[in-house]
Design a protein. Sequence first.
Length: 165
Amino acid sequence: MKQTVAALREELEHARQAADDAVQHAVSGASAELTQLKMTIAALRDELEAAHAARDKAVQRAHAASEDEIRQLKATATALRDQMEEARLAKDHAIAQALAGAQSEITQLRGTIATLRESLEFAGITREDKLSAMRAQHQAELLQLQATVQALRDRVESASAEASR
């Protein structure tokens, strides 16, 4: 019985040792797996942080690019607005100059028309005065010629009357 008890004790000791070895092997395996999982988690965390950092950088680049594009569009809009204003002012200036030139030309033409009208009226008056003077002169000449004709007739009649006497 002692031998059986000793054999059982020895067997129990081996079983305990085998169980301890199995537990230790399981703990060791679990520890290795845990270490591997921790490394995997750390690698995934690092990868996630790198992805977040890359995404944040991409977002920042996109934001900076859009801000730059917005600034450029605003500058372009301002430049176009300034060009349109300059063009409008130039057009208004050209219109004002054209109106001033037209007004000046109208004034000159009116002055020319008034001068020509006065010249024409003066020429008409002068012509009428000359015609009146010529008529008066012709009338005087006509009267003088009639008087001369009458005097010559009277002489001819007197000469005829004296010759018939």
